[in-house]
Design a protein around this ligand. Structure first.
Ligand SMILES: *Cc1c(COP(=O)(O)O)cnc(C)c1O
Length: 428
């Protein structure tokens, strides 16, 4: 007799009770999952067309060394990104080390001494505080004479238009908008909402450069922020657009004028886009981009599954079980450090790599409180792979994301619940 599916779960240390609850939750989610598959289908078509229009071919899988002059694969990959995001230009490079670096390049390339940066939608991602200089740091924008202003969201999570208008002055050169909630519990903005904010900001000052931090948002909708007026859109290749295969990298897409400056900032004035060897990574960047729509869909399904499971158990989850999704992050307010640790253990113990290690909270560069991180990833720190993390501070929320496949995300989430049960932190 073939083994029942339950016995496979039992082999992974997941009890019948937890498994059954998972089955029940999953059954209710079928229509939502179908809608996500449709988004993936549209994005798959969009990505495929961009590959074809740019005549991506076998030669593109070769990589350059040294200066990297005339790297056709690199240049076509950038054209392909530009087409997908409907922008004039793109900078997509393994030399961009992470998302924070991509954002730093795009800010420091376009802000000069005396300019001001405005965040009209509240506090940016933790690591950007040091980039901007909110937390004093060597080489911050602040040190180079770039000032910073921030307008927080209204208590109901909407934009504070009145104060945004007041904050825009002759000094305001750039505006930064973060699509995803990051380590906050505000809602993530939809592309449409971002478009409304951009429209307002440009009405106040047409010359302002709008940059959107698109981390975790790519391919969750059928349009991207560059289609609603963003001048630059920035993200990490070890999140959604790398499809789990990109081993490193970041992208900046947008208006040629601004993206060119990013090239000069990344390499050197006068050199810009022309240099930068790809050292063998192009096949993974191409193939990862090709898989990104369905990988993102898997992660989205995992997030929705987690939201509905933990909501059922009485936890506050952001977004809630029925809300529309604009990024792959799922926050679960676990209310204690112990529960955060148990949750993260479950994710870690379900990983294909490093499944035998126990995550513990510790200090991390760029973060101002201890952080716990669970990830057993093929690519170190890749958060399109199944992962969970969160700063150890009120409201003790864990941020869950990723899953290269939906079944893996589901297993990880059920295992997290099992760990909470094993530690008697909840009852089902
Ligand atoms: C991940 C992330 C970043 C920073 O990316 P790293 O690759 O970790 O440096 C910036 N902004 C948001 C919203 C993110 O999610």
């Amino acid at each position: 007799m073939p083994m029942s599916i339950l016995s496979y779960y039992k082999n992974l240390g997941i009890s019948e009770k937890v498994f059954n609850l998972g089955e029940e939750i999953e059954r209710l989610l079928k229509p939502r999952f179908d809608a996500i598959d449709k988004i993936a289908e549209i994005n798959q078509a969009k990505v495929l067309l961009a590959f074809q229009n740019n005549r991506v071919d076998t030669a593109c899988m070769q990589s350059s060394t040294g200066y990297g002059y005339d790297d056709i694969g690199r240049d076509k990959l950038e054209r392909t990104y530009a087409d997908i995001f409907k922008t004039e230009s793109a900078l997509v490079r393994p030399q961009i080390t992470c998302g924070t670096h991509a954002l730093t390049v795009s800010l420091s390339a376009n802000l000069l001494p005396g300019d001001e940066l405005l965040a009209p939608a509240g506090k940016p991602y933790d690591t950007l505080e040091e980039v901007i200089g909110v937390r004093p740091s060597p080489c911050s924008l602040m040190e180079y004479g770039v000032s910073y202003k921030q307008v927080d969201l209204l208590p109901d999570g909407t934009f504070d238009y009145e104060n945004i208008k007041k904050a825009i002055t002759e000094k305001t050169k750039m505006v930064t908008i973060q699509r995803s909630k990051g380590y906050q519990t505000r809602p993530t903005f939809s592309v449409e909402q971002i478009g409304e904010l951009i429209k307002f900001v440009k009405e106040c000052k047409p010359s302002v450069i709008v940059m959107v931090d698109n981390c975790y948002g790519e391919f969750t909708e059928v349009i991207e922020p560059s289609e609603v007026g963003a001048d630059m859109v920035v993200g990490s290749l070890i999140k959604n657009p790398g499809g789990g295969l990109a081993p490193i990298g970041g992208y900046i897409v947008g208006k040629k004028e601004y993206v060119n400056r990013c090239g000069y900032r990344l390499t050197a004035p006068g050199l810009g886009h022309e240099v930068g060897a790809t050292l063998g990574v192009l096949p993974r960047l191409y193939q990862g981009l090709f898989l990104a729509p369905t990988v993102t869909a898997s992660a989205l399904k995992g997030a929705i599954f987690a939201a509905n499971l933990y909501e059922r158990l009485g936890f506050e989850v952001i977004p809630n079980g029925v809300e529309d999704r604009h990024d792959i992050i799922q926050a679960v307010k676990l209310k204690s450090e112990k529960a955060m640790c148990a949750f993260c253990r479950g994710i870690q113990f379900s990983a294909p790599v490093d499944s035998y290690v126990t995550p513990i909270p510790s200090d991390m560069p760029g973060y101002d409180s201890k952080v716990i991180m669970a990830a057993g990833a093929f690519v170190q720190g890749s958060s399109i792979e199944l992962s969970a993390d969160g700063p150890i501070r009120e409201p003790y929320a864990v941020y869950f994301q990723g899953g290269l496949t939906y079944p893996h995300a589901k297993i990880g989430i059920l295992k997290s619940l099992q760990e909470l049960l094993n530690d008697h932190l909840i009852d089902i």
